[in-house]
Design a protein around this ligand. Structure first.
Ligand code: GLA
Length: 341
């Protein structure tokens, strides 16, 4: 290993399976061809990083004990990683750049966490990397996120979506059929910090206190939940897990019409039962679905803004951008690229 390195971590878009990961459910995201890159070298002294998107540099002395108090704020994600790696953290001097839109629901923060973990000397497999980065996100931002974003970014496979079981932490690559485009359309900037995301996590926990793990529940169990709001949240999660299974099977069969219909059902469930969509996102999904050559569309990620995702015939959409599925994060030392895991 030399003193110089380049780390690349992609963003992600979730094709189907939202708000299921933090109850150990199923998700089907893909890593996308937008990256956060850290170029740097190892040195003695504090971590020193600049960012192409931020005016203020990060100068971070080790050890880090309270990532949430670090300034500038973007540095909290790096600080969370350093706090989680602990004494084995390797101080670096470097520069971050990214073409993942920030605050758009495409996991710019998880990409920064995973990139920082590799740069700061994390060693281990993709699951351990994702778990560490998820803990760092909790400490840095207070958002009680699940593991989908970090695991997708760590474990991405080119030309494949990933069927992830967020309880077993298994990742099954699902080939994306030829003749299909995945298109992302930006709707609005948002942050999950201070949003209702945490309320949804709490509501799912309340549902599980009544009927046990949602990942094992069926809609027959819903009658055991007294609170109508909590019951609706649970209904979304139970149905969404089944939609992820059905979507994967539809892709295997090449039944794109069925897969697209499941995306729309997922959107409607996030709108009506889970209340994480917005009227602007609903209209954008409706407009997409009324366009010839679109199989289906839905909000993607945490919601409350961000992006919508569509599955289309190639060339069907002028608005938005086509994303391609790519391999997960990697680190390169003096010309030799290492994947992880
Ligand atoms: C955010 C979180 C994920 C997941 C999605 C919703 O992206 O970081 O863990 O919960 O929202 O599916």
């Amino acid at each position: 290993m030399t003193d110089q390195f380049v780390v690349r971590a992609p963003g992600r878009v979730n094709i189907i399976g939202d708000h299921t990961d933090y109850t150990g459910g199923l998700v089907l995201p893909m890593a996308i061809d937008r990256w956060t890159v850290i170029e740097g070298s190892y040195h003695r002294g504090p971590i020193e990083l600049t960012s192409s998107d931020e005016p203020d540099p990060l100068v971070l002395s080790l050890p880090v004990t309270d990532p949430a108090s670090v300034e500038p704020r973007w540095g909290r994600y790096v600080a969370g990683i350093a706090a989680e790696i602990g004494a084995a953290t390797r101080p670096i001097h470097g520069r971050i750049s990214t073409d993942i839109p920030i605050g758009a629901g495409l996991s710019s923060s998880a990409a920064l966490e995973i990139a920082a973990a590799l740069a700061l000397g994390f060693e281990g497999d993709v699951v351990a990397l994702a778990e560490l980065a998820r803990r760092a996100e909790h400490r840095a931002s207070g958002v009680p996120c699940g593991i989908m974003d970090q695991l997708c970014i760590a474990a991405g496979v080119a030309d494949h979506a990933l069927l992830i079981d967020c309880n077993a932490l298994t990742v099954h690559p699902v080939p994306l059929p030829d003749g299909v485009s995945i298109v992302v359309q930006f709707i609005a900037h948002r942050t999950l910090m201070g949003s209702e995301y945490g309320d949804r996590v709490d509501e799912c926990a309340a549902a599980e206190r009544s009927i046990g793990p949602l990942r094992l529940a069926t809609t027959n169990d819903l009658a055991g939940i007294a609170d109508p709001t909590v019951r609706r949240r649970a209904r979304h999660v139970i149905n969404e897990n089944q939609r992820v299974r059905d979507f994967s099977e539809a892709l295997h069969r090449g039944d794109l019409v069925r897969a697209g219909a499941l995306m729309v059902e997922s959107h409607n469930s996030l709108r009506d039962d889970f209340a994480t969509s917005t009227p602007v996102m609903d209209r954008a999904v409706e407009q997409m679905c009324a366009t010839p050559g679109i199989y289906g569309a839905r909000m993607t990620g945490g919601g409350f803004g961000g992006c919508i995702v569509a599955m289309t015939e190639p060339g069907a959409i002028a608005r938005g951008w086509v994303v391609n599925a790519v391999d997960g994060a990697s680190i390169e030392h003096s010309g030799s690229s290492e994947g992880i895991g």
